[in-house]
Design a protein around this ligand. Structure first.
Ligand code: NAG
Ligand code: NAG
Length: 420
């Protein structure tokens, strides 16, 4: 039953299955928590009075004894209260997002409510309820989320894609669905493949709201990131030469890398792919590439789509929505550097490894190594995966448009081994 697929363990919060039995247990636990609290209250109120009436010498000792008891009781009350709050959430049916908080948009509550399956338990999956999922980190941004979910049902959605992206960047991913019409953008001058791959995109074909620039001329004069220096300029500049002409030995040619795949490269995934030029060059070679991108400071997603390529609007904190061992190739640039603790990059690398098939290629392309330690840490991490190093080049590069200073980069083509 495709329609009842659950996002379980996917960084998404989910509903508990409420059964008759678990409700009974909940009520029993509620009862026991209340009695514990009553006893505690009794002990707290009665014993001090009782003891203070006896004026004896051991008084100090007794007082410390009493305060010890009191602090134990307070601890007990605290933990009971925590249990109670937890149970309240469970009774509401939601683990992490507190739907009882005030000022929460009604649409959000409606979206998240669990719905019983009309025919009862599904025999194949054992599921009794339809579940709507939303990122568990949404709890941290409940006010923004509520703002996002405040709109007129069946009316036009507010022009708020940048609010949505802000939520995603705060880990609120996936976002809830909405029942409003997203703003439509006319797409003048669309062409068919392969012409569309290199045709300049009309300013009117993308949304500029929430962005500093309001046209492509403005974007082309800006340095957006290490992987996108003038990357929206498909006429002048370097973009047209990428992957077909090398400026240094850390820039590999696409045909050389494809040759290492022995003709078995048909589908690929590009991480941090800028304006989609990698996917465009691959499309010319009949390889289908999905480009992972957000719209940080530029309309990447719409630009890529206008070129006739597949943009995937997903942050790198999200588990890739692909099954294991499906891609022949994964390409990543400096965008792979997620910062934070080393474990963060590890989680990402394991996910890349998961979606790449055995014998598939991982192309690490011009990865910026801020210092020697960074390079060593990355090398150690990659070596732990046991990939075959088909190409491995560390080199210095000076990008006049970027910093103008020499910087260390690593480029590599690695082949995933068969693990038994
Ligand atoms: C202190 O404790 C002793 C022994 O436990 C008891 O005999 C005495 O009455 C207590 N004194 C006070 C002031 O509570
Ligand atoms: C891509 O596929 C088309 C149609 O099958 C074919 O004509 C063309 O030669 C292929 N191009 C490459 C580079 O393999």
């Amino acid at each position: 039953m495709g329609s009842v697929s659950l996002k379980i363990g996917d960084g998404t919060a989910r509903f508990k299955r409420a059964t008759l039995c678990s409700s009974a247990i909940n009520i029993l636990m509620l009862f026991s928590v209340i009695t514990t609290n009553l006893f505690a209250l009794y002990a707290f109120n009665s014993s001090p009075n009782h003891r203070l009436h006896n004026p004896f010498h051991h008084r100090n000792k007794n007082i410390s004894l009493i305060s010890e008891q009191v602090s134990l009781i307070i601890k007990e009350i605290d933990s009971s209260q925590r249990k109670l709050a937890q149970m309240e959430k469970q009774l509401l049916g939601y683990d992490t997002l507190d739907l009882s908080r005030p000022n929460l948009a009604t649409e959000l509550k409606l979206f998240l409510q669990n719905h019983q399956l009309p025919l009862g338990k599904d025999s194949r999956t054992g599921i009794t309820e339809m579940v709507a999922s939303v990122g568990h980190s949404c709890e941290k941004s409940a006010d923004l989320l509520s703002q996002y979910m405040s709109y007129k049902v069946s009316g036009p959605c507010p022009d708020d894609w940048s609010l949505a992206q802000k939520l995603i960047l705060k880990g609120c991913e996936p976002l809830p669905r909405r029942r409003c019409f997203a703003k439509t953008v006319p797409k003048p001058g669309l062409t068919s493949l392969p012409v569309s791959l290199w045709k300049s995109v009309n300013d009117k074909a993308v949304t500029w709201s929430g962005l500093g620039c309001k046209n492509f001329n403005c974007l082309n004069s800006k340095i957006l990131s290490r992987d996108c220096v003038g990357c929206f300029d498909l006429v002048n500049g370097y973009e047209t030469q990428r992957y077909v002409k090398a400026r240094s030995k850390i820039e590999f040619l696409m045909d050389d890398v494809l040759a290492m795949g022995n003709g078995g490269i048909r589908i690929g995934f590009d991480i941090g792919g800028g304006s989609g030029t990698f996917a465009a060059r691959m499309a010319e070679r009949n390889v289908t590439v999905i480009t992972n991108t957000l719209n940080v400071d530029a309309p990447y997603s719409e630009f890529i789509a206008t070129r006739g390529l597949f943009p995937l609007f997903l942050s790198l904190d999200h588990r890739f929505p692909f099954y294991d061992n499906v891609f022949d190739l994964v390409h990543a640039t400096s965008g792979l550097d997620v910062g934070g603790k080393p474990e963060k990059l590890e989680f990402l690398m394991f996910d890349i490894d998961r979606v790449l098939r055995a014998g598939g290629l991982f192309w690490l392309d011009n990865f910026y190594c801020s210092d020697d330690e960074k390079k060593r840490a990355l090398t150690r991490l990659i070596e732990r995966f046991g990939y075959k190093k088909l190409k491995w080049v560390v080199g210095e590069k000076t990008d006049a448009a970027w910093s103008g200073k020499p910087e260390i980069y690593l480029s590599a083509v690695l082949q995933k081994p068969v693990r038994i």
